[in-house]
Write a protein that binds this ligand. Structure first.
Ligand SMILES: [Zn+2]
Length: 403
């Protein structure tokens, strides 16, 4: 059945929740999700190579070309997005791509995103913002409230690009962080995992160390080339600058593109930083796979640590219920959040929602029908993870959730 803008399908109509408890499926299908970490959609035209590339987490186009759609996420888009294109679920890849790529990015976004059933999107704006729909345009196309999260490294790089002096660098960064929050950002994000690894010295660097490191970095910048911050002292300075604001700090951990070294993105490497930061600000360990069990341990041990398995849900497709179940082993239920970490393709936002609903309904539903959980407890956990935890941590208003 083709979707049309007059009668859009929604997450309820798509019935992704197929767990063993019909009552729980009903709630999981209709609850509005707060996506606490996602990105906007590519505004320009998308061809077959670009589509496969954006569907692949590798930063190497050749790797995506070899994989094509023969991946868990590739099978999942054919399963879940094909019906929104007037095709049967699991449509062959060629037919799927032909129909999908005939849609302009504005049309694909306006069709897929409202269907996903989001209460609110928290959009991280720091990566390739020039290629993506700006926040007001995304809000208009998706008919969903959007809040922003500012990336610390991007703020520091823009301060450096404006020709800051080493002696003023720290204060200029602090002013820019404060300005981003004053402009409405609801949190800050660090990609120290990509730039230095999570095994950086956890301590706050002194002003003299920051000035020395800033001087060395700024001296290497050529006029005209985009600054890229990889100095560990300055990356630590950014983490502590974020903590000083008291606002939620998202830290990328685990699975990501090969710009990071996966072994050095284990969140356990942050243990000493987490100890030192106790009481200063909530720390949200993003995505965490395949270290989601380690992350769950940290969430149980430290009151200010929160976790999600966002990115892994899309990329593990049909296998994602197991990862969702594992994310609910040690982490207290008030510490687990939903995210999609979708970037570029609205297909990924839609999948993030549908696969999460499906996994949650199967995992919690099984515990209910086995008699290990009450239905009321399972419903409470669904509400916490879908939206209430994010609203509480980020101070978001109650949305137009339908459940
Ligand atoms: Zn992200």
């Amino acid at each position: 059945m083709p979707a049309s803008s007059e009668a859009p399908l929604d997450a309820v109509a798509l019935r992704a929740s197929d767990g063993p408890s019909p009552e729980l499926n009903e709630l999981v299908d209709r609850i509005g999700l707060v996506d606490h970490h996602t990105h906007s959609v590519v505004a320009g035209p998308v061809d077959r190579d670009a589509y496969a590339f954006m569907l692949d987490e590798s930063d190497r186009p050749a790797s995506a070309r070899v994989a094509g759609l023969d991946t868990q996420v590739g099978f999942a888009v054919r399963r879940w997005c094909a019906p929104l294109l007037g095709l049967a679920p699991h449509a062959p890849a060629d037919a799927f791509l032909e129909a999908r790529l005939a849609l302009a990015p504005t049309d694909a976004t306006a069709r897929f995103l409202p269907t996903a059933g989001f209460e609110r999107l928290l959009v991280e704006t720091g990566y390739r913002g020039d290629a993506l729909f700006a926040t007001p345009e995304l809000e208009r196309l998706t008919r969903t409230p959007v809040s922003t999260v500012a990336r610390l490294e991007t703020i520091a790089e823009s301060v450096a690009g404006r020709g800051s002096a080493a002696g003023d660098f720290a204060n200029a960064v602090r002013r820019s962080v404060d300005a981003a929050l004053a402009a409405g950002a609801v949190g800050l994000k660090s990609i120290v995992a990509y730039r230095a690894g999570l095994d950086v010295d956890p301590r706050r660097p002194s002003d003299a160390e920051v000035e020395r490191a800033a001087g060395a970095w700024l001296a290497t910048l050529d006029a005209g080339s985009a600054p890229r911050l990889a100095d560990p002292v300055l990356l630590r300075f950014l983490l502590w600058t974020a903590l000083d604001t008291g606002r939620p700090l998202q830290v990328h951990t685990g699975f990501g593109d090969p710009d990071l070294h996966l072994r050095r993105s284990d969140p356990l490497l942050l243990t000493d930083f987490i100890r030192l930061s106790d009481g200063r600000a909530p720390i949200l360990l993003l995505h965490t796979y395949p270290f989601h069990r380690e992350a769950g341990y940290l969430a149980q041990m430290f009151e200010h640590v929160y976790v999600d398995v966002g990115l892994a849900v899309n990329y593990s497709g049909a296998q994602s219920p197991q990862i969702i179940a594992e994310s609910l082993e040690l982490a207290p239920f008030r510490k687990v959040l939903f995210s999609s970490d979708a970037w570029g393709l609205p297909d990924l936002h839609l999948l993030g929602s549908l696969l999460f609903r499906r996994g949650l309904s199967r995992v919690l539903g099984r515990w209910v029908v086995d008699g290990d959980w009450s239905l009321a407890d399972a419903e409470r956990v669904v509400r916490l993870v879908a939206a209430e935890n994010a609203r509480r941590v980020y101070g978001l208003p109650e949305g137009t959730t339908t459940a």
